[in-house]
Design a protein around this ligand. Structure first.
Ligand code: DGL
Length: 282
């Protein structure tokens, strides 16, 4: 069984893509709605909350957990993989994030290759990255992209209130105004140069992708995080088939929340219309 973890509903944009792409696999989803949003929290707090979520999913029988949250991936993934897991009571388990696949896709370079390959790819490209305050302040996208493609310009831009507004089901006009504001700010920083590519580095943002398409220049291509992550998981499972073991459940995958299930189930349809509702975990 494969677990997906997010601070709230956003990771469902990854979850629904994986469920459709891998119908023979079991997935379970945990949203830490009681503590959402993560985007403006401190690093230590995000690491602790994420570790707690991963442990909940391991306790449910998941051998592999994906952090379907850019904030948790940017801030906690490496610490959990390198410092916590090797000395924890969870042998044979792993945790993956959603930043690495996006960096691989943006640079066309495997994650394991951490220096520039010659001839240099995308020499003069500009890549825009939109994310939560914490993801952007971590600098992870810029650092990891420029390690592999040092000549690329990475413009990272924080959208502090966008994930929260999507989470609470804000209206189209309000969301449009927010996206217009953030894209406008980024284009001002770029001196009017249209970025070749844009990463929506928050799992809530695919729900407003059309608004980003409207406000970004027509030549800017958005890298779809759910599709990129699904491709990357397919490749990972081909190399680590034990994580894919087990047959699919009958019926819908389980959705868990640390929040109030009645309350969080209300906006589920917006993210995953097939969802039946959340169950509570502590
Ligand atoms: N969905 C999360 C992400 O991808 C962020 C939402 C939050 O601020 O909790 O970054």
């Amino acid at each position: 069984m494969i677990g997906l973890f997010d601070s709230g509903h956003g990771g469902l944009t990854i979850f629904r893509t994986l469920v459709a792409r891998f119908p023979d696999l079991n997935f379970v989803y945990l949203g830490d709605h009681a503590n959402a949003p993560y985007g403006n929290r401190g690093s230590q707090e995000i690491v602790e909350l994420t570790r707690g979520g991963v442990e909940q999913l391991y306790a449910r029988g998941c051998k592999l957990v994906m952090l379907a949250c850019n904030t948790a991936s940017a801030v906690a993934c490496r610490t959990l993989q390198q410092d916590w897991l090797p000395s924890s009571d969870y042998p044979g388990r792993n945790v993956l994030g959603v930043v690495a696949p996006m960096v691989e896709a943006a640079t066309q370079t495997p994650w394991a290759v951490t220096s520039p390959q010659y001839p240099q790819k995308f020499n003069s490209d500009t890549i825009a990255v939109f994310g939560t305050t914490r993801t952007i302040s971590s600098g992870v996208y810029s650092e990891e992209i420029r390690k592999r493609c040092p000549k690329v310009t990475v413009l990272e831009h924080a959208c502090p209130d966008l994930a929260g507004a999507i989470e609470v089901g804000a209206g189209e006009n309000d969301l449009d105004a927010m996206v217009a504001k953030y894209v406008g700010q980024l284009l001002k920083r770029s001196g009017g140069i249209a970025p070749e590519r844009a990463i929506l580095g928050c799992t809530h943002f695919p729900l407003v992708e059309e608004l980003f398409v409207t406000h970004l220049p027509p030549s800017t291509r958005i890298l779809s995080q759910p599709d990129v992550v699904a491709d990357s998981l397919e490749d990972y499972l081909a190399r680590h088939s034990s994580y894919a073991a087990g047959t699919a459940y009958e019926g819908n995958p389980v959705l868990l929340t640390t929040g109030n299930p009645d309350h969080v189930s209300l906006s589920l349809k917006l993210f995953w219309p097939q969802g039946q509702g959340f169950e509570r975990v502590d």
